[in-house]
Design a protein around this ligand. Sequence first.
Ligand code: GUN
Ligand code: ZN
Length: 425
Amino acid sequence: MADLLLGQVLSFRGDPFDSPDAAQVLSQGAVLVDRGRIAEVGEAATLRARHPQARVHDHGRHLISAGFVDAHVHYPQTAIIASWGKRLIDWLNTYTFPEEMRFADPAYAKDIAGRYLDLVLARGTTTVCSYATIHPASVDAIFSAAQARGMRVFAGKTCMDRNAPEGLRDTVLSAYDDSKALLRKWHKVDRLSYVITPRFSPTSTPEQLSALGALWREYPDCLMQTHLSEQLDEIAWVRDLFPQSRDYLDTYETQGLLREGAVYGHAIHLTDREKARLIEAGASLVHCPTSNTFIGSGLFDMGLARSLRVGLATDTGGGSSFSMLRTMAAAYEVAQLRGQSLHPSQLWWLATQGSARALRCEDRIGNIAPGMEADLVVINLASTPAIEQATRRAEDLWQALFPTIMMGDDRAVAEVWVGGNRRGV
Ligand code: GUN
Ligand code: ZN
């Protein structure tokens, strides 16, 4: 039987960075969900009359949106989120690498993968693009957990063959072989996509980057994810490690790791040449604002969203939150510090369609339109007394929504639908 969700329906017919009326709001709207997909979107009265048999879920003044898409996370860092007092390289060595070492135990990986996906689902996130650890079983764990929940998830084995502790290094050959075996096992199975994942240039030799570039040429429809120009110390280190490279991006470019489908996290301190090449190549960038303030990395230039695919992400656990609401708030604050004011429609778009576009799956998820997969979040716009009182004089949806963006948390998430199935949150 089909399901009919009633509420205020928010969808996008374009990119709000290009046109101010890209967002569409039906204040008494309806979404018909049938066999895992969105079948129809329209006025509540019309759809009710047309589908009298459908099971009705009346959400009143709640907002119905596409589920959030978190375009850059490290699910293995779930347990070390909000660790105190370090900057990037120290943070990796002190907190991250010891924790990732624990994923040598497949039972631990399974436990964290399930815990992580339940935490994000409770915050309205229905798709993530995750790094695993170097251990192949850590990829099996996240994909199995996603499969059990019916989620569309992107993930890959993190490859590192230098500058990481013993026990957390692979080799040129094992990175290639293990990545290929995992890709063949999981890519395009159910709603899963394999992502070729060199961690970042400091932890891969040029030979390993080259081997992963070769693997990407064999499987060109995969995404490739890595980190780019996050902190100044890191960039200086890359300069020392790759003296012949023109810049950080060049360390990837020369090894076949720059083209459409490349997804670079952070990308804060870019040179003009790097920006031009990223635009020319059609690459994607992912903005991770809570991470960039928490680890002290810098302020992303959202002006790049006019010429590049830009997604939004928590970067758990460098980021300090599992919530895309909190992440939108941080994106707003970072932009303010750069003299840019992001409109609520732009923030919401970044957390849904923008991230889906960065992951090149915007035709399937991240929007409410007929034929799209039915991954939905229902948002209570008055989830706490503080938010409720701030919305009382709201004159349009954006004024009603912005307090939830800035102050909302998991209490704002009334319901989540994954692949057409309702989940308790
Ligand atoms: N650069 C390389 N690895 C990482 C990581 O795990 N988190 C962040 N924030 N940056 C990185
Ligand atoms: Zn990261």
